[in-house]
Design a protein around this ligand. Structure first.
Ligand code: GRF
Length: 188
């Protein structure tokens, strides 16, 4: 069984969906205290808080990346799943897990890259946005696309209503794509 490490920073609803899908999660790693850690604890899954010491210009991104690699290796992780993880990594993690780091992005890449994908789609006035599950690479939001699904933008949408509609799709598409990777149906 492939050992999965899930990286989280926030509400953890994707983590919840991954756990409910009975995927083999060996460890959950968070970069800050967050609800996702409570979800891991409630599910009886091992969790590690590898806390970011700074969000300022003095942040040592390389050292932080090495700390996360150590945490994942400690738990013999073979597949890394970013699920709302808020820290951008340096190169060593992409060398440590080549082609084995996944991400879900709340837009149809290559449109609306970056942290504000939902607001940016709203501001652009697009009628359709969506979800992209992809391989994460050093170039943020640019790795090979594994699955996509469209989500309509409704006339009275706010950032929150649109993001929730997108997340409902992510909570189905992300676990499903991981399951298809584990079964060999999708090749990394
Ligand atoms: C998801 O929309 C994901 O695409 C984005 O952050 C959100 C995470 O939500 N990167 P949650 O923490 O899984 O609820």
């Amino acid at each position: 069984m492939v050992r999965i490490g899930v990286l989280v920073s926030g509400s953890g609803t994707n983590l919840e969906a991954i756990l409910q899908a009975d995927l083999p999660v060996a460890v959950v790693v968070a970069d800050r205290p967050c609800r996702a850690l409570e979800i891991a604890a409630d599910a009886g899954v091992t969790a590690a808080l590898v806390e970011r010491t700074s969000f300022g210009t003095d942040f040592d991104r390389l050292a932080y990346t090495e700390r996360v690699i150590d945490a994942l290796r400690t738990h013999d992780v073979e597949l890394v799943v970013m699920a709302g993880f808020g820290t951008v990594f340096e190169k060593p993690i992409f060398d440590a897990f080549p082609g084995r780091i996944l991400n879900t992005h709340p837009a149809l890449l290559p449109a609306f890259k970056g942290w504000h994908a939902v607001e940016d789609a709203l501001e652009a006035g697009v009628k359709v946005t969506g979800v992209t599950v992809h391989v994460a690479t050093l170039q943020t939001d640019e790795g090979p696309i594994l699955a996509q699904e469209a989500v309509p933008v409704l006339p009275d949408d706010t950032k929150d209503t649109l993001h929730e509609r997108i997340k409902q799709v992510e909570r189905r598409l992300y676990p499903d794509t991981i399951r298809r990777i584990l079964s060999g149906e999708v090749e990394l």
